[in-house]
Design a protein around this ligand. Structure first.
Ligand SMILES: CC(C)(COP(=O)(O)OP(=O)(O)OC[C@H]1O[C@@H](n2cnc3c(N)ncnc32)[C@H](O)[C@@H]1OP(=O)(O)O)[C@@H](O)C(=O)NCCC(=O)NCCS
Length: 123
């Protein structure tokens, strides 16, 4: 593994930005940022704003990490955050299958945050 093939990104956001959003009222905003599965997962919660905000942070953190590889053509909806069976999050970006990600999310009452490590492989 080469040092220049590893990149890091982080973001923190105020959860209040996402409070009161609904799939009906905010369809354009939500579908510009999130995939259908992310919206389904987030709105399963009684407090979807925390999950929406954490996923927004993860997407921003991915964009930051990818900029270290001089990649600037990945948009929010290209970045898919899903949860494994144990609840832990994972990221995939279909456009760049050769880049693998590690992600960690956290949300409390007011803020959500995400840290992302990107690893560029040879294939
Ligand atoms: C997983 C755990 C560390 C989350 O910590 P927390 O302080 O409650 O909540 P945080 O806001 O910091 O983190 C929440 C995020 O952790 C992530 N997460 C959940 N399970 C995880 C796991 N096993 N490993 C890593 N991350 C995990 C998720 O992304 C979650 O956010 P999301 O629901 O929006 O996807 C905590 O619940 C824990 O220690 N659980 C012990 C194991 C457990 O109880 N498992 C339940 C299955 S029976």
């Amino acid at each position: 593994m080469k040092f220049e093939d590893v990149a890091l990104g982080i973001d923190i956001e105020d959860i209040s930005r996402f409070k009161g959003k609904t799939p009906e009222k905010d369809k354009d905003f939500l579908t510009r940022i999130y995939t259908d599965d992310e919206l389904e997962y987030s709105f399963k919660s009684s407090k979807p704003e925390g999950r929406l905000c954490a996923r927004f942070c993860a997407k921003e953190a991915v964009v930051k990490a990818l900029s270290e590889f001089n990649i600037s053509d990945v948009y929010y909806s290209d970045i898919e955050i899903s949860n494994k069976e144990d609840g832990s999050p994972q990221i995939s970006v279909e456009k760049y299958p050769n880049i693998k990600f590690k992600v960690s999310l956290s949300h409390c009452k007011s803020y959500a945050t995400a840290s992302v490590i990107a690893y560029r492989t040879g294939n």
